[in-house]
Design a protein around this ligand. Structure first.
Ligand code: NAD
Ligand code: MG
Length: 401
C-alpha cells in the first residue's frame, strides 16, 4: 500500500487545476489523484483522466459527463464518471481522501468546498469567492470539524508564510496583535490599466481586460484583477483567513508582482514572501505544508529585476476595490451581495453586454438596492446570493436596453 496523499481537485480543467496537476506530476511519490471535477470541458477532462488515472471524474452535468464517457471509450481508462454538485461534495468528503484543492471559479465552489471542510479534510483554498460569500460560517465550520485550511491565493499564501506559526491555519482565535503583528500589507499589481487614462476605461475591450501583465489566469479573475475587485475580494478573504479587522489590512500596489504580500511587526520588521509570479509556488507550499517540494518554478534572479515600486491604490481608478472594502466593513450581507453581483456583472462584460466601467455601476447599485437582511445560516447566505444575482441581472437588462 502506498502512503501517498490522495487528492481531489475541484476545477481540474482550469488554470489552478492544471497547475496543481503539474506539481502533482513532479511529486508522484507523495501525491495521487483520487478524483477530478470540472464544469463542461469534457475533452480536456478526458486527457487529464488518461494522464492521471483518477478513481473518479465528475462533470457539472449529465450531458458533459456523457461526452466525457464518449471521449474515454476505448482508451482503457478505468476512471468512474459521475456528474453534479452532490457527487463532487460526496467525493470531497470521501474517507480515502486526504486533501481537496478548491479551484472551481465563483459561488459554484461553495457547497463541495464546505463538504470537504465538514469532513475535516486538508482544504487548499483557491476559490476565494466561497469564503467571501460565507465568511463566518465557513471559518466556524473549519474550527468545528478541525479541517486544515491552507490559502492558495498567492497573497494569502505569502501572508501565511510570513506569519508566526501560532497564527497559521485558522485553528486559533488569537488576534494578530497578540503575536506582535501590526499590519498585513496586501500587494496587488494594479492589473493592465494601472497607468491608462481613467476616462478611457469605459471603452476597454474584453481582450484588453483579460490580458494581465504578470499572471496567466482564468477569465473571471483576470477581469477582477483589471477592476481590482480581485483585491477587494482578497481583502475580505484576508479578514476571515487571518482573524483580523479591515483596519489591520492595507492594500499596496506593487506592479512587478515579485513580492506576493507582507506582514509588518510591532518592532518595525517587515517580512515579505517573494518569487516569480507562478501559482505553482503557493500550490506546492500548501500541498506539502509544512515540508517543501519542487514546484517547477524558475528561481528568482535578483540580477534580472529592474524596478521594485510601491504606490497607494487610487479609488477613482479602482472604485470596485473601495466598494469591496466598504462591504467588508458593513458585514456578511454586503459581502455576499457584492460577490454575487460581481459574478453576474463580469459575466455580462465577458459576453459583451455591458462596458468595463458598468461592472462597478452594477455592483454598487445592487449593493444599494438590496435590503440588508440577516445573513448567517447557509440558507440565508444562498438566499442573499440569489437575490443579489436577480437584482444585478435586472440592472444589466436596463443597461442593455
Ligand atoms: P478557470 O476559469 O481557469 O477554471 C475554473 C474551473 O472551474 C474550471 O475547471 C471549470 O470547469 C470549473 N467550473 C466552473 N464552473 C463549474 C461548476 N459549476 N461545477 C464544477 N466546476 C466548475 O479559473 P482559475 O483561474 O483556475 O480560478 C479558479 C479559482 O481560483 C477562482 O476562484 C479564482 O479566483 C482562484 N484563483 C485563481 C488564481 C489564478 O492564478 N488562476 C489565483 C488565485 C486564486
Ligand atoms: Mg491573488
Amino acid at each position: 500500500m502506498s502512503c501517498r496523499q490522495q487528492l481531489v481537485i475541484l476545477g481540474a480543467t482550469g488554470s489552478i487545476g492544471l497547475s496543481t496537476l503539474d506539481v502533482v506530476a513532479r511529486n508522484q511519490e507523495q501525491f495521487a489523484v483520487f478524483a477530478l471535477a470540472a464544469g463542461n470541458n469534457s475533452e480536456l477532462m478526458a486527457q487529464l483522466c488518461i494522464a492521471h488515472q483518477p478513481r473518479f471524474a465528475v462533470m457539472a452535468d449529465d450531458s458533459a459527463a456523457a461526452k466525457l464517457s464518449q471521449h474515454l471509450s476505448g482508451s482503457g481508462c478505468k476512471t468512474v464518471i459521475r456528474s453534479g454538485i452532490a457527487a463532487m461534495s460526496e467525493l470531497a468528503a470521501h474517507p480515502d481522501v486526504d486533501a481537496v484543492m478548491s479551484a472551481i471559479v465563483g459561488a459554484a465552489g461553495l457547497i463541495p468546498t464546505l463538504s470537504a471542510v465538514e469532513a475535516g479534510k486538508k482544504v487548499l483554498l483557491a476559490n476565494k469567492e466561497s469564503l467571501v460569500m460565507s465568511g463566518q460560517l465557513f471559518i466556524d465550520k473549519v474550527k468545528q470539524h478541525k479541517a486544515t485550511l491552507l490559502p492558495i491565493d498567492s497573497e494569502h499564501n505569502a501572508i501565511f508564510q510570513c506569519l508566526p506559526s501560532a497564527l497559521q491555519g485558522s485553528k486559533t482565535n488569537a488576534q494578530l496583535h497578540e503575536h506582535g503583528v501590526s499590519k498585513i500589507l496586501l500587494t496587488g499589481s494594479g492589473g493592465p490599466f494601472l497607468t491608462c487614462d481613467i476616462a478611457s476605461l469605459k471603452d476597454v475591450t474584453v481582450a484588453q481586460a483579460v490580458a494581465h501583465p504578470n499572471w496567466s489566469m482564468g477569465q473571471k479573475i483576470s477581469v477582477d484583477s483589471a477592476t481590482m475587485m480581485n483585491k477587494g475580494l482578497e481583502f475580505i478573504e484576508a479578514k476571515w483567513l487571518f482573524n483580523c479587522q479591515a483596519n489591520d489590512i492595507e492594500v499596496v500596489i506593487h506592479p512587478q508582482s515579485i513580492i506576493h504580500s507582507m506582514v509588518q511587526y510591532q518592532d518595525g520588521s517587515v517580512l515579505a514572501q517573494m518569487g516569480n509570479p507562478d501559482m505553482r509556488t503557493p500550490i506546492a507550499h500548501a500541498l506539502a505544508y509544512p515540508q517543501r517540494i519542487d514546484a517547477g518554478v524558475t528561481p528568482l534572479d535578483f540580477s534580472q529585476l529592474a524596478d521594485f515600486t510601491f504606490t497607494k491604490p487610487d479609488f477613482a481608478r479602482y472604485p470596485n476595490l473601495q466598494l469591496a472594502i466598504a462591504a467588508c466593513n458593513a458585514g456578511q450581507g454586503a459581502t455576499t451581495t457584492v460577490n454575487a453581483a460581481n459574478e453576474i456583472a463580469v459575466q455580462a462584460f465577458l459576453q459583451g453586454q455591458i462596458g468595463f466601467t458598468d461592472i462597478y455601476r452594477i455592483n454598487a447599485q445592487t449593493l444599494d438596492t438590496t435590503v440588508d437582511v440577516n445573513v448567517h445560516t447557509l440558507d440565508e447566505i444562498l438566499e442573499c446570493d440569489r437575490l443579489a444575482r436577480l437584482q444585478a441581472t435586472q440592472l444589466i437588462a436596463k443597461v442593455v436596453r
